[in-house]
Design a protein around this ligand. Structure first.
Ligand SMILES: Nc1ncnc2c1ncn2[C@@H]1O[C@H](COP(=O)(O)OP(=O)(O)OP(=O)(O)O)[C@@H](O)[C@H]1O
Ligand SMILES: [Mg+2]
Length: 512
């Protein structure tokens, strides 16, 4: 069935008009507008910090707009808090879920509006049978019957399942408008396919959806229309079949784009890092590694590819003392290492940019500048005094290079948009000037412009002799940036490809 043909773009379910929203020092939304048609999948695109998440938070009552109007089914509405939005049938699926991790799937779905059975008089009880029946209907509607245990604790579910529970929860409120804020950022390819099947089903049943993503190919695959915003302002809305990727990017960035994957050709030096027969069982935590050996050379960008569960992150974490390994040898510049913790690994010359920026990496309650320089203050110290001018200069330089969108270097990291937090994390690692820089999904959630900036910087660092290990699920990124690529599959090395033999097919063949 061709769902796209059915949509009547003049039948508006949700409309925003002249929405303004400021935070101290930041005008996040300026006369913002958007129209969502009934049954439409409408993508929202814009650079990091453009105001996408803020717009969705205004729609769902997380933030109150300073001025402007919201219409639902042609009627002006006021949405004061998230419960108002739920009551009106608007739900948001956050990337970092808002579910209670110690409660079960069923409890989370019906929290606060459990079906009640009267037992006579004033006595009543939660109607578990009704809850299960309703849950069955919803899971059936979503096409995921039997895929998630109703009685499982949320904490025991993976990201993708948690997301499904969020969607199911939205449906218990009879949602008519669903909002997705970068839903695929933390999913594997397989999970993305499953989510898209569910989204297609929702669409067939007439759901209206807003969808934020930095991944162009996704937008072209699932959206009917796309609205582009820049610096808090509306730029344009277009039918997806009437625009090209080039045009979308031009609207988003409003300037000339740098070349993607600006890999410089460099002389690769002698061996700097050697890993021999690294093994870990993976019984207690994480995935196993099975006799993995490889060598990395100075100035090289060495990629690690593989599917989820292949052991890529575990490999990086073993190198950095963040995970234990059972046997094997790590040698850096001829010296035997056995990093017991991250601190030791940093002293040895490693820096790890984690895919989980909140867990290791950023202190979100501190300023951009404090985050950038916290690990290198000793280098900025002269005669026991911190050279604050140098610190400021350095922060400004990195903020400018990576186009971190913030009013000043004193801005608190927590209030940055997601993508800008990622840029600060990468900048912090770059400031530390390590011997071996390990980047784990460095451009996840980062917009196209900043992505090419990060790539440019990584490439120029390699030119100065820094060694980089890059883990990514973004195949074009790996193929574009790396000198060599090791492929892991279920903890085993299945091959190492040289740059001149790179191809997507070869990598997939080794990974599958
Ligand atoms: N609570 C807050 N306090 C201060 N400023 C904020 C707050 N929340 C957001 N901002 C600012 O508002 C602007 C828009 O942020 P928003 O999170 O909406 O961007 P975004 O388009 O979702 O970006 P990304 O693609 O990086 O997620 C940014 O400059 C951000 O720093
Ligand atoms: Mg956002």
């Amino acid at each position: 069935m061709d769902a796209k043909a059915k949509i009547d773009f003049s039948d508006i379910i949700l409309k925003l008009e002249n929405i303004n929203k400021s935070f101290p020092g930041v005008k996040a939304l300026q006369n913002m507008q958007i129209e969502l048609a009934r049954g439409e999948m409408h993508a929202v695109c814009g650079e990091n910090g453009a105001g996408k998440s803020t717009m969705m938070k205004v729609i769902t009552g997380v933030h109150k707009a300073d001025s402007g109007n919201i219409y639902l089914n042609g009627e002006k509405v006021t949405i004061r808090e998230p419960n108002d939005a739920y009551g009106k049938g608007i739900a948001i699926i956050f990337q970092e879920t808002s579910l209670f991790k110690d409660l079960t799937v069923l409890e989370n779905m019906f929290m606060g509006h459990e079906p009640i059975v009267k037992l006579g008089g004033f006595i009543h009880n939660i109607d578990y049978a009704a809850m299960r029946k309703k849950a069955d209907e919803i899971f059936d509607f979503l096409g995921i019957t039997g895929q998630i245990d109703y009685d499982a604790k949320i904490d025991n579910l993976g990201v993708a399942s948690k997301q499904m529970v969020e969607i199911a929860k939205a449906l218990t409120y009879d949602a008519k408008v669903l909002i997705f804020d970068e839903p695929t950022a933390a999913l594997t390819n397989k999970e993305v396919r499953a989510l898209f099947r569910t989204i297609a089903r929702l669409k067939d049943q007439g759901m209206s959806m807003l969808y934020i993503s930095h991944r162009m190919e996704e937008i072209f695959e699932i959206a009917d229309r796309v609205t582009i915003i820049r610096d808090g302002s509306y730029v344009n809305t277009a039918k997806i079949e009437e625009v090209t990727e080039q045009q979308l990017i031009a609207w988003m960035v409003g300037r000339e784009m740098n070349e993607m994957y600006p890999k410089a050709q460099v002389e690769i030096g002698s061996m700097i890092l050697k890993v021999e027969d690294l093994c870990r069982s993976g019984e207690k935590d994480g995935f196993p590694l099975d006799h993995v050996s490889f060598e990395v050379r100075r100035g090289e960008i060495f990629g690690i590819a593989g599917l989820a569960g292949a052991g890529r992150t575990e490999m990086a974490e073993c190198l950095c003392g963040l995970r234990k390994y059972d046997s094997g040898h790590i040698t850096l510049e001829g010296k035997d290492l056995a990093p017991k913790n991250y601190r030791e690994a940093i002293n040895d010359g490693f820096i790890y940019v984690s895919e989980d920026r909140k867990k290791y990496g950023l202190v979100v309650a501190m300023s951009i500048e404090e985050n950038l320089t916290m690990s290198i203050l000793y280098r900025l110290t002269k005669n026991k005094l911190i050279d604050f001018d140098a610190e400021d200069r350095l922060s400004d330089e990195y903020m400018k290079d990576l186009r971190v969108k913030a009013p000043s270097r004193e801005f608190i990291v927590e209030n940055l948009s997601g993508g800008n937090q990622q840029k600060v994390l990468v900048a912090k690692a770059l400031c530390a000037k390590p011997k071996i820089l390990i980047l784990d999904e460095p451009t996840r959630g980062v917009d196209v412009g900043a992505k090419s900036e990060i790539h440019r910087i990584v490439s120029s660092l390699a030119q100065t002799g820094l060694t980089i290990i890059m883990i990514s699920s973004d195949m074009p990124e790996l193929l574009g940036m790396c000198d060599r690529l090791m492929v892991l599959k279920a903890g085993k090395k299945t091959g190492v490809l040289e740059r001149d033999e790179f191809s997507q097919e070869k990598v997939l063949k080794l990974a599958l």
